[in-house]
Design a protein around this ligand. Structure first.
Ligand code: GLP
Length: 264
């Protein structure tokens, strides 16, 4: 696993966007050979999306031959609900770049048969040729997508009961009212995420320090889903100085030394 330690949030966002642009350009996608990317929501990736939008507007990168699959969606929130993840993605990213809307996939939390929706999502990913790069964030408790602590490390796309902690943390987007946060969500599984050729996870801020310490220094455990990245052959975590607060000084030194000359 690579650990890229940057000074602050802005530097992380800029590094992640440069990396994604580099990977897409190197892949050289075309209509018959699109680049398939997995995408997250949350506050952490917003800066990366902003940087990618700038690059797209400047003609440095195009998303016209990019197919996307989002990580998760709340149950019961329609796309026009401003807290649905489809709404978030449209307004934060998709509407501002040249991606073709039919190429963007977000789980439908209002589907009449949620299990079928999850199964179909797995099939759609497979049909698209699998995910080349999955970008992600992490919850304070180490959850990735909506895979809460205790979720099988080999899980596939499924309906997930959210923990009280996650609902409390996410209530900030629902006017601070926990009762408005859906109790369940649809999420790609940890196995689905780890099937991607490359993982790029963004971990910023003091609140994520314990999750990062587990991710880097602790053993693999279903109680800290982010630790699954340790088993992946090509995983990168980009983090800021605030997030490394619970890592050992020597761990930080080691990774900084290892990455000191790397550009992407
Ligand atoms: C939600 C999302 C996750 C995200 C997490 C952290 O639970 N399902 O994908 O990583 O929040 O969000 P934030 O980046 O806002 O801290």
């Amino acid at each position: 696993m690579r650990l890229i330690i940057k000074k602050n949030y802005d530097e992380c966002s800029s590094w992640a966007a440069d990396h994604i642009a580099h990977v897409i350009k190197t892949f050289n996608p075309s209509e018959s050979k699109p680049f398939v990317i997995g995408l997250p929501t949350g506050s952490t990736p917003i800066g990366t999306y902003e940087n990618l939008i700038k690059k797209c507007k400047a003609g440095e990168i195009s998303f016209k031959d990019v197919v996307s699959f989002n990580m998760d969606e709340y149950e019961g929130l329609p796309p026009d609900n401003d807290q649905s993840y489809r709404y978030f993605m449209d307004h934060t990213f998709f509407n501002h770049v040249d991606i073709k809307k039919p190429n963007t996939h977000v789980l439908n939390g209002c589907a009449s048969d949620l299990s079928k929706e999850c199964g179909d999502y797995e099939k759609a990913i497979e049909k698209a040729g699998g995910i080349r790069l999955f970008m992600g964030g992490v919850g304070n408790d180490g959850h990735i997508a909506f895979n809460e602590p205790g979720t099988s490390l080999s899980s596939r796309t499924h309906v997930q009961l959210l923990t009280e902690d996650t609902r409390i943390v996410n209530s900030r987007f629902f006017g601070g009212d926990v009762s408005r946060v859906p109790e369940r969500a649809l999420t790609v599984g940890i196995g689905t995420i780890c099937d991607a050729d490359e993982l790029l996870f963004l971990v910023t801020g003091r609140a994520k320090a314990y999750a990062l310490a587990h991710a880097v220094e602790d053993s693999v455990s279903q109680m800290w889903p982010i630790t699954a990245l340790q088993l992946h052959k090509n995983a990168i975590i980009v983090c800021d100085e605030d997030a490394v607060g619970e890592l050992k000084v020597n761990t930080v030194k080691y990774f900084k030394e290892m990455e000191k000359d790397s550009k992407f």
